[in-house]
Design a protein around this ligand. Structure first.
Ligand SMILES: [Zn+2]
Length: 344
């Protein structure tokens, strides 16, 4: 029987069924992550069973991010959304609403005990002129900050330390900067993938286990390598307060020029204080970040004689092929830069 002898309706039906059965087997799970670091973790764990994409692009600043209409389209089409949580993605509720996304969601920091945001280790404290700045503190940290300019909450003794217009709560969201905590991210993401796509659960579990092991190996090797750097040398200035988790893991003091969000503008007094601190503590290195303008860093470097140690990757991966286009590559690169700048 030739094709043209088959009644058209039946042929269309047969092709439709064939396509449907193929797509059940072959179509990867559509996973959207809020930013590039999570996106890389999803790719590592999901392998070829997922089609992963990121809303905030590589080298993008998640703090100042403004979603585009195309992001709403991407999210509307997702089967799973992976976010950091700890109020990192302040723009997300609006995007979810625009996309009408009510699907499954993984909060990668679930189960992590967050560090309190302490601000610039004294550098930002003691603002007499706090009222001139925008405050966006919320009393209710469970909810996203829809209301801007809420009043400062009373429970925060460190209030003056994180003044300015950052959009975060009192918890530091940058937990991925610890390779130990990143293993909790991996567990949460794997669980989310397993639930969204049970047919491939074992595949995800196997890859998650392998990936977590590679994270642990890098963590161990960083600890070994850092032994070459005396503890008293382990202090650096960075652009924004993104490295507290790394600092805690490896006993390095990171002194940020601005607060937990890259959006804050330090006052002239903040800068003067940091310059003074850098001189008195003989801080050797000051780092540019890939997501924050280098202007301020260069100014402080000029005035203190500290050398610009290079670029640290804080809140986003680098471009494809840069060597810092994976989370592991980024953590390796940050360590290389720090050791090079701090070793005697
Ligand atoms: Zn940040």
């Amino acid at each position: 029987m030739k094709m043209r002898d088959i009644p058209t309706g039946r042929l269309v039906l047969a092709l439709g069924l064939l396509a449907a059965s193929l797509s059940v087997q072959a179509e990867p799970l559509r996973v959207v992550s809020s930013f590039s670091i999570l996106n890389d973790m999803v790719k590592e764990i999901g392998g070829d069973k997922v089609m992963a994409s990121s809303i905030v692009p590589v080298n993008g600043d998640a703090h100042s991010f403004e979603p585009r209409p195309s992001d709403a389209k991407t999210l509307a089409n997702a089967q799973l959304l992976v976010i950091n949580g700890l109020q990192f993605e302040t723009w997300l509720p609006r995007l979810q609403q625009a996309a009408g996304y009510t699907g499954a969601q993984v909060v990668a920091t679930d189960g992590i005990t967050p560090l309190a945001f302490e601000g610039g280790q004294g550098a930002h404290a003691d603002h007499a002129d706090d009222k001139d700045h925008d405050h966006e503190h919320s009393h209710d940290h469970e909810h996203s900050h829809d209301h801007q300019h809420a009043h400062a909450s009373q429970e925060e003794p460190a209030q003056g330390a994180h003044a300015h217009s950052h959009e975060h709560g009192s918890q530091d969201p940058h937990a991925w900067q610890s390779l130990g905590l990143a293993q909790i991210y991996v567990r949460n993401i794997s669980k989310g993938l397993e639930q969204a796509d049970p047919a491939n659960a074992e595949y995800y579990q196997g890859r998650a286990k392998d990936y977590a092991q590679r994270l642990q190996e890098l963590d161990d090797s960083i600890k070994t390598r850092l032994q070459a750097v005396p503890v008293e040398n382990r202090k650096v200035i960075t652009s924004h307060d993104a490295f507290s988790y790394m600092g805690k893991a490896y006993n390095i003091r990171f002194i940020p020029l601005v607060g937990v969000s890259s959006q804050a503008e330090p006052s002239a007094r903040d800068i003067a204080q940091i310059i003074q601190q850098a001189r008195s503590e003989k801080i050797k290195a000051i780092f540019v970040e890939n997501t924050v303008s280098a202007k301020l860093v260069e100014q402080v470097a000029r005035e203190t004689g500290a050398k610009v140690g290079g670029t640290l990757y804080s809140d986003a991966l680098g471009a494809a092929g840069s060597g810092v286009d994976t989370y592991l590559g980024m953590m390796r690169s940050n360590t290389d830069q720090l050791i090079q700048a701090l070793q005697p």
